[in-house]
Design a protein around this ligand. Structure first.
Ligand SMILES: Nc1nc2c(ncn2[C@@H]2O[C@H](COP(=O)(O)OP(=O)(O)O)[C@@H](O)[C@H]2O)c(=O)[nH]1
Ligand SMILES: [Mg+2]
Length: 240
C-alpha cells in the first residue's frame, strides 16, 4: 500500500482488511515522506496488527516505484497492490487473490470498466478522462481497466515483469511486459471516491503516462515485426 499523506485513511484501511476475512500475512506500507502524521499512525497500527512500514529516503521516484519497493520487501508469495484511500474496496481482496491461488490467472485486476464495475459520483469530465486513458491502453493490454491500481499478482512475477522506470500506472506496465502467455483476469469493483485527504494525480503524472503509452506502443509494433529471437531480446526482464 503506497502512502503519501493518508493519515485519516490508514487506520480504517487496516481495520477493514483485518476484519474482512482475508488470510493475509502482512500489510506493507511504503511511505514517501508524508508530512501529515501518516507514518506515526502506521507505526501505531503496527503495535496491534501485522503492519510494516517502509519509509523511503529522498530522492523518491513516485508511486509505481514505491509499490515495487514494497514488493521487494514483502515476505509473501502473492501480493495485492492497493491504494490507501479506500477507493479500492478491501472486501474485494479475496476475489482478487482467489484466481491466483486456483492457478487460473497470472494477474487479477479490480476493474471499473467491466459489467458490475462502477465509479459512482464521478463527474462527466473525470469519467471521460479515465475512460479515454483505458481505451487508449486496451489495444496494448487486451483488458478494460489497466489503469487501475488495484491488482493481485505473484511477487516474483511482478518484480520480474516491471521495467526500472514505471511511471504511475504499474498494472499497465506489467501487462504490456507480460506478453501473450500472461493470463490477466478482471473482476468488477465499485471504485469509491476518497472521502478523506487529497489526490496526488496531476497533469505531470498524466503526461508521464502519455509518454509511456507512446513508448509501449512503439515497442509493441516493433515486436510484431521482429523475428522471434529478437522478441526475447527486447523484453526488458530478459535483458536484466
Ligand atoms: N509512496 C507513495 N505513495 C503515493 C505517491 N503518490 C501517490 N501515492 C499513494 O498512491 C495512492 C493513489 O494516489 P491518489 O492520490 O489517490 O491517486 P488517484 O486515486 O489517481 O487520485 C494513494 O494511496 C496515495 O497515497 C508517491 O509518490 N509515493
Ligand atoms: Mg485515489
Amino acid at each position: 500500500v503506497p502512502t503519501l499523506n493518508e493519515v485519516e485513511n490508514v487506520s480504517p484501511l487496516v481495520h477493514q482488511l483485518m476484519s474482512g476475512g482475508v488470510d493475509l500475512h502482512e500489510i506493507v506500507f511504503v511511505d514517501d515522506g508524508s508530512t501529515d502524521g501518516t507514518t506515526e499512525a502506521i507505526r501505531e497500527l503496527s503495535r496491534r496488527f501485522p503492519v510494516r512500514l517502509i519509509e523511503r529516503a529522498l530522492p523518491k521516484s513516485g508511486l509505481a516505484d514505491a509499490v515495487l519497493a514494497g514488493a521487494r520487501a514483502a515476505e509473501g508469495n502473492l501480493i495485492v497492490v492497493m491504494d490507501a484511500d479506500l477507493s479500492h474496496p478491501p472486501e474485494n481482496v479475496r476475489d482478487l487473490v482467489a484466481p491466483l491461488r486456483a492457478g487460473t490467472a497470472d494477474m487479477v485486476i479490480g476493474s471499473r470498466y467491466i459489467a458490475g464495475g462502477a465509479t459512482p459520483g464521478w463527474s462527466i469530465g473525470r469519467r471521460a478522462m479515465s475512460r479515454l486513458a483505458s481505451l487508449l491502453a486496451s489495444p496494448l493490454t487486451g483488458v478494460k481497466d489497466s489503469m487501475c491500481g488495484f491488482f493481485a499478482i505473484s511477487r516474483p512475477r511482478l518484480l520480474d515483469l516491471t521495467p526500472a522506470a514505471s511511471g504511475f500506472k504499474l498494472a499497465f506496465e506489467v501487462i504490456v511486459h507480460g506478453g501473450s502467455g500472461f493470463r490477466v483476469r478482471e473482476i468488477p469493483i465499485v471504485f469509491r471516491d476518497r472521502e478523506r485527504g487529497a489526490s496526488k494525480m496531476n497533469f505531470r503524472i498524466a503526461l508521464i503516462f502519455a509518454l509511456r503509452w507512446i513508448a509501449s506502443a512503439g515497442r509493441m509494433s516493433h515486436r510484431r515485426f521482429a523475428p522471434a529471437a529478437r522478441q526475447v531480446a527486447v523484453h526488458p526482464a530478459a535483458e536484466g
